[in-house]
Design a protein around this ligand. Sequence first.
Ligand SMILES: [Zn+2]
Length: 317
Amino acid sequence: MRNVLVSPQSNRSRSVTRTYMTFGFALSVLIACGGGGVEVTNSDTASDVTTTDESFSTSTATTGDITMDGPILGSGPTLDSGPILGSGPIPAPPFAGTIFLDPDIITADDPSAFESIAYDGIALKRMFDRRANAFISLDAHIFQALYDDGLSIELQVNTEFSKTEASTEADRYARLFGQLPTLLRRDVDTSWIHRGVKPWGGGNRNLLVHTGQAEFYFSSGIAEETLIHEACHTSLDANYAAAPGWIAAQQADVNFISTYARDYPTREDIAESFLPYMALRYRREAISDEYATTIENTIPNRIQFFDSIVKDMYPLE
Ligand SMILES: [Zn+2]
């Protein structure tokens, strides 16, 4: 069971998030999130790499790096415009994007399945880099991270980092990945770690990290929540995004938990819905009653679907 925090959970990074979070920024991060948007074909040539995440390519290719603009709007629940089934053709999703729902669903103090990490030298690797928006082949520092549930992840750190810097980054992310439940870490074979202010990503049996972006995620308290989202792309999408049970749940719920899920229902709905589900079932004390009710009322059938497939949530339980 979790070591439940007795101190009020609201005094931590919540206020920081409210300060940092702007709707425009939130949306541009989300839009750029990419998740499973990078698909690899069987060829090694860069021209055969297709980016299916059209929102990512338009938002970054045309506007450059993420910009912060505007006041806080829509990052919390909008109960009055929320899910009222049958009252209109398309109910409004209650959230803009769920990684911003609450920074305390998982925090730095939560347990990690991380066990050990070892440096394994430098090797030529093929890695996706959002700065190039392409797969590149380069020498990478290799680290092997082991977890106490028997899983392992190979961290491939760009040699733009010195060995010492790479070790620091690898240590940080190896532990952070260990906070992901077994279910979400299961298909994570590797992680690509680069510099750069670019959104993190999932898919490709990998977790993609840009350390420049990490500063925002950590200062806002949502690094853990963002990783949950990305790891859903890596470990859940392939099995469930097109599953009949999931499609039926989407149709029965009618609404979506977020506008990001609604706008990309095949690519983002699982990742957007799972974090609120996880909060509801495994971190209920971290979210407000208002949020919990909103989640329950908006995606009851998706919750039921997750209940039927979710297991191996260590170290959350
Ligand atoms: Zn995503």
